[in-house]
Design a protein around this ligand. Structure first.
Ligand code: ADP
Ligand code: MG
Length: 444
């Protein structure tokens, strides 16, 4: 038993590879790992968790298995109920490329990509490039924040070519892998082979180009490869976490080449698109959740689709393990997701809130912090206290400290505000207005 646990922990730390990924950790803590001849069997508590692990982490599991059991390691999946029945949907799909390259993730395709206002141009351009590589937009430069689907789109192009252009040699590679391979070739004096290999591809999909920052020699090697590809009408697709002009420590000739084709950005999806993404992800996992859950998730994870999806997985896993506990209210979701929810970034300071409130009531900010007790000052002060508590979550003593009052006075002020809010529509809309103003000016 102890030996099995050790084995499992060893394998799991290989899969994690030093990455802190709370979702992956939760999933893997539910998993048993069994050695089989020539490989490993992953036994999941149920098929739903098996599907999620398989879809999201197959790449990592496969390379951990290779490290532990050799190049030809086999990975099988089973569930706790049926450990020996290996569902075919849970087997790793084949990922064979024409030339050896890092395989594209088979789960990222155009079929399961949601087009919305936030990514329209990038989606259309990606599809055009996949359909007519080298002749639509060359290079295509896609940029956007983390977790907004850049890798998904790049892989979708690769998967499309694989399916519709059989034998068309393309390469998907991350800028980090490219760098490692370049340095290795340099050290082993194999640069000609390195060049030959990359130049033979008809399309190069390179992910996270910002990784080249300050790596002059790699940038130089890439510059020559890039030119040779474009001159031969071979397609180049680049992804980056910022626009070409925002790339730091890049040679200017590379930056200007990046902008010479089409540059398309990917923005965070709006609410409707977030709901559509959640629906497509549920469909893939063959699960359904009540509508209010989708609303809650879309509402609370607005900025990063990876986090939105992580939260969805958490709810699905929780539900599949605790069938008896119904998903009936926001409170249940709050409990399941409490450690995943991040406070919104760039929150205003307490001082900024006091200033905004004072400005709204045409009062000097100092009067809210003074001992004055005229009606309008008392009310404005209550509003500021309430908003500091609500938007920043400060404790009563913390707020007391700002206003030089003890925490019972603050508590009194808060409950009197709550009362007004529940009975007076005007106060309610005033607070909503101020809250919106404060949060939307948070960068100022
Ligand atoms: P990035 O490379 O930009 O950091 P990823 O491509 O890894 O982001 O996307 C993170 C997750 O979000 C992936 O699971 C991806 O499938 C999903 N995703 C992002 N945008 C969309 C979308 N428009 N439609 C479907 N899935 C999406
Ligand atoms: Mg990515």
């Amino acid at each position: 038993m102890a030996e099995q646990k050790e084995h499992r922990d060893g394998f799991i730390s290989l899969v994690l590879g030093g990455v802190v990924d709370p979702i992956l950790q939760v999933f893997l803590s539910e998993v048993q790992v069994e050695e089989i001849p020539g490989g490993v069997k992953i036994i999941c508590p149920n098929e739903i968790i098996g599907n999620i692990i398989h879809q999201k982490y197959s790449g990592r599991i496969q390379s951990a298995a290779k490290k532990m059991f050799g190049e030809n390691a086999e990975v099988l999946f089973g569930t706790r109920k049926n450990p020996d029945k290996v569902s075919s949907s849970l087997l790793f799909p084949e990922t064979v490329d024409v030339l050896p390259s890092s395989p594209v993730c088979p789960n990222y395709t155009f079929e399961n990509w949601v087009v919305g206002k936030s990514n329209q141009m990038a989606s259309v351009a990606a599809l055009a490039v996949a359909e007519a590589p080298g002749s639509a937009y060359n290079p295509l430069f896609l940029y956007g924040g983390s977790g907004l689907g850049k890798t998904h789109l790049l892989c979708a192009i690769g998967n499309y070519m694989k399916k519709h252009k059989k034998g068309f040699p393309f390469c998907y590679v991350t800028a980090e892998e490219f760098t490692t391979e370049f340095i290795q070739a340099l050290q082993e004096k194999r640069l000609p082979q390195f060049r030959k290999k990359f130049r033979s591809y008809r399309a190069l999909l390179i992910d996270d180009i910002q990784f080249f920052q300050s790596k002059e020699a790699t940038q130089e090697a890439f510059f020559h490869l890039f030119n040779s590809m474009i001159n031969n009408n071979h397609q180049v697709v680049i992804s980056s976490d910022c626009s070409p002009s925002e790339l730091k420590d890049f040679t200017s000739r590379l930056v200007s080449r990046f902008s010479s084709g089409l540059v398309a950005d990917i923005q965070p999806p709006n609410y409707e698109t977030r709901i559509a993404i959640l629906k497509i992800k549920m469909q893939e996992l063959k699960v359904t959740l009540p509508n209010f859950c989708l609303g809650y998730l879309a509402e609370n994870f607005p900025e990063n689709v990876r986090e939105l999806e992580g939260a969805l997985h958490r709810v699905i896993v929780y539900h599949s393990l605790h069938q008896e506990e119904e998903l009936t209210s926001d409170e249940v979701l709050e409990k399941i997701l409490k450690d995943l929810k991040r406070p919104p970034k760039n929150l205003p300071s307490a001082d900024q809130i006091i200033h905004s409130v004072a400005q709204y009531f045409s009062l000097p900010a100092e009067s809210l912090l003074s001992r004055k007790r005229t009606r309008d000052i008392l009310f404005a002060r209550q509003v500021a206290i309430y908003l500091i508590r609500k938007t920043l979550g400060f404790s009563l003593p913390e707020i007391g400290h700002i206003f030089q009052k003890d925490h019972t006075t603050i508590l009194h002020s808060l409950s009197s505000m709550e009362k007004k809010l529940s009975t007076d529509g005007q106060v309610k809309s005033l607070i909503a207005h101020l809250e919106h103003q404060i949060l939307s000016h948070r960068n100022l």
